[in-house]
Design a protein around this ligand. Sequence first.
Ligand code: PLP
Length: 397
Amino acid sequence: ASPLSSRIQAMHESATIAMAKKCRELIAKGFDVINLSFGEPDFQTPQYIKDAAKEALDKGFTFYTPVPGIPELRQAICDKFKRDNQLDFQPNQIVVSTGAKQALANAVLSLVNPGDEVIVFSPYWVSYEEMVKLAEGTSVPLVGTLENDYKVTAAQLEAAITERTKLIMYSSPCNPTGSVFSRQELSEIAAVMARHPQVFALADEIYEYINFVGEHVSLAQFPEVKDRVITVNGFSKGYAMTGWRLGYLAARQDIAAACEKMQSQITSGTCSIAQHAGLAALRGGRASADEMVEAYRRRRDLVLDIVKDIPGLKTPTPSGAFYVFPDVSAFLGRTAPDGSIISTSMDLALYLLNDGLVSAVSGEAFGAPECMRFSTAAADDKLVEAFRRVKASLAKL
Ligand code: PLP
């Protein structure tokens, strides 16, 4: 019998990371693979942020920090919430973590009891389900429809809530679909939550700045539910700081204190240098992000233009983030040139990797087995070439 815990045996490896591994294997063999499986900006971290990190190192900020983050950073995060989201938080409501990923995990582990139901808006980001499993909760996927750009509606939510529902989880802008909830949609979701006082929400706003429609709305802006919303954000996407591992949450003080306690036993305060870099990032505002967003918008349009000419793909127009998420169900059940049957979107992803040398992630891991996720965070010429290859490979099925 395996010595490993049932907890870890029940956990899936991250599908995006698994695909990236396969992709690296092919590259190591000399194949010219275009990797569109990663959720990572291809931009460098802006220079002023790097400079702040160097300065922090030179000034000797090499010690343990307070578990929930250095006071200046927690204050700067409060200022950011005020400036960008018209939200009032005190520094003791902020917990800075090793990426938004840890902020999400802290919140799930601090709120969910075994048997609690967590409604996960689907398609969802790969790690939500596994975090709920780790907390021994029951995840209840609630599936948005293609017709509604994959956004779950308030009516769907109302119908899915039971007395065991503890938490709802979603991202907006959404990874993988790129959908963005409007003020009206979130106000209706807040109204449902208001009728169910046992329900909390984990609002993942990591893609806040990568938004092509303009208005970003936070669920915490609705006063009737603000105390039951945990807002998660971070630096990885908006400031192109994935490797720095810096994210945060804002919550009611008792919930923030619980997340701090969780973190104190697992990782402590995140990297001291990264925190000083994050402080500079926030003080610099969002101008650097706005430049990147122009590039992401251009690439989205470039890709949509090619994708709309590929028969069989149904691709909603993403309003934010840096992915396209076509429905590929028209290709499932078809036969590849080597005689194998493409039964699942995983088979299709492997076929595109082997035949077209393009790496994408199958929708299964996002709760949408009829879809596939392509990142648009790559240079324009790479994107054009990648989708030329996708089109050619799909035409052979
Ligand atoms: N939430 C979503 C929706 C994401 O796509 C990601 C990263 O891919 C994260 C959270 C985690 O971000 P971080 O790098 O800050 O841990």
